[in-house]
Write a protein that binds this ligand. Structure first.
Ligand code: KG4
Ligand code: ZN
Length: 339
């Protein structure tokens, strides 16, 4: 069985062909990073327009790489939730058109669950049932998975996503976009204890996150208490490194402690972590040591599958096997679906 998976939820236009044995026959990701970097974040209208220009070339290239045509496929899958409305629409319309042209069934992908499924793609043992931590530019959520399809929302950020906090703090520190890689690089030479930043909810049982207070604390550390305008403030390299390391450690502490709490509360012993921030080296190392200490099995998406891609859309294979197909009036659901 061969499925074409399409991913356009945010600012990557991506397609991949995967098989029921989870082999990747071809994968293409066209990143829009260059288009958005001068705005220090994704501009939805620019993202949607870029998807329109790129979607057909990306699909053609995926067919060429896989050495396949539409006639060789068994289904078309597309991420229709959650994400930016305009971006999601481009992928969905492309998928529906291919279904009509090839008389193929349509499969819906939840982008968040696909991020978690990236861990299954990297493992020859089943990683489900598990707790899934999705930590990206748009999302920071914990789900309980009985299997790849049945998920229960456990908690998540009540304001900024972790990646968004990395991006905004990077901009305050004069570091480039995307902020995650820039902050983790600057943090290499910094002292993570130089500043004591808040870790919201860390002593509470609730499985939620909040990063806006942390962001404000970094702002005040840069500009002084109550500061709102950081223009004209020049930080030296060591200050940037210390602020980066201390901020990163605060985020990592929250992510690690809530993930472990989610495992303890659910009684599960497998943790799967996906999304762009899962590429963070300090997070990966500290999750590893906490899981080892607690006899928990940790699965982190391989680096190339942390940021958005269509290969993780292989979760569609599970839906195909379960007979979960969609009508062609399937719509986008931009907001978070809590299941
Ligand atoms: O999953 P993703 O590609 O897109 C969304 O679905 O949001 O995640 C992008 C986010 C950005 O906020 C970026 O700063 C963050 O992932 N990121 C990182 C690292 N690499 C990417 N954050 C922390 N450390 C990293 N090494
Ligand atoms: Zn994502």
């Amino acid at each position: 069985m061969k499925i074409l998976c399409i991913e356009t939820t945010c600012d990557e236009t991506a397609a991949a062909v995967v098989t029921d044995e989870l082999k990747v026959l071809g994968s293409v990701v066209s990143s829009q990073e260059k288009l958005h970097e001068k705005f220090n974040g994704v501009v939805p209208e620019i993202a949607a327009r870029a998807h329109v220009e790129r979607i057909l070339p990306v699909i053609h290239e995926t067919f060429a790489k896989s050495n396949l045509t539409l006639q060789d496929l068994d289904a078309i899958a597309v991420a229709n939730t959650p994400g930016l409305s305009g971006s999601l629409l481009v992928g969905l319309v492309a998928a529906k058109s291919l279904c009509l042209a090839g008389n193929l069934p349509l499969i819906a992908i939840n982008h968040l669950h696909a991020h978690v499924y990236a861990c299954q793609l990297d493992s020859d043992q089943p990683v489900f049932p598990c707790v899934g931590l999705i930590v990206s530019g748009g999302h920071t959520h914990l789900y309980q998975y009985d299997d790849p399809i049945n998920a229960k929302y456990l908690g998540g950020t009540i304001d900024d996503a972790a990646g968004e906090a990395f991006d905004k703090v990077a901009s305050m520190l004069g570091l480039p976009y995307p902020g995650g890689p820039a902050i983790s690089k600057a943090a290499l030479n910094g002292n993570s204890k130089a500043y004591s930043f808040p870790r919201s909810f860390i002593h509470e049982p609730r499985l939620d996150f909040s990063f806006s207070g942390l962001k404000t604390a970094v702002r005040y550390a840069i500009g002084g208490p109550g500061s709102s305008d950081l223009s004209g403030i020049v930080l030296d390299e060591q200050q940037v490194a210390d602020l980066s390391a201390s901020f990163q450690q605060a985020v990592v502490d929250c992510l690690v402690s809530k993930s472990v709490a989610a495992l303890q509360q659910t009684g599960l012993n497998h943790l799967c972590v996906g999304g762009g921030v899962a590429a963070n080296r300090v997070l990966r190392e500290q999750l590893q040591s906490r899981c080892e200490a607690n006899n928990l099995h940790l699965h982190i998406a391989p680096l190339e599958l942390c940021t958005d891609n269509a290969v993780m859309g292989a979760i569609a294979v599970e839906r195909y096997k379960a007979g979960l197909f969609e009508d062609l009036d399937l719509d986008i659901k931009p907001g978070l679906v809590r299941h």
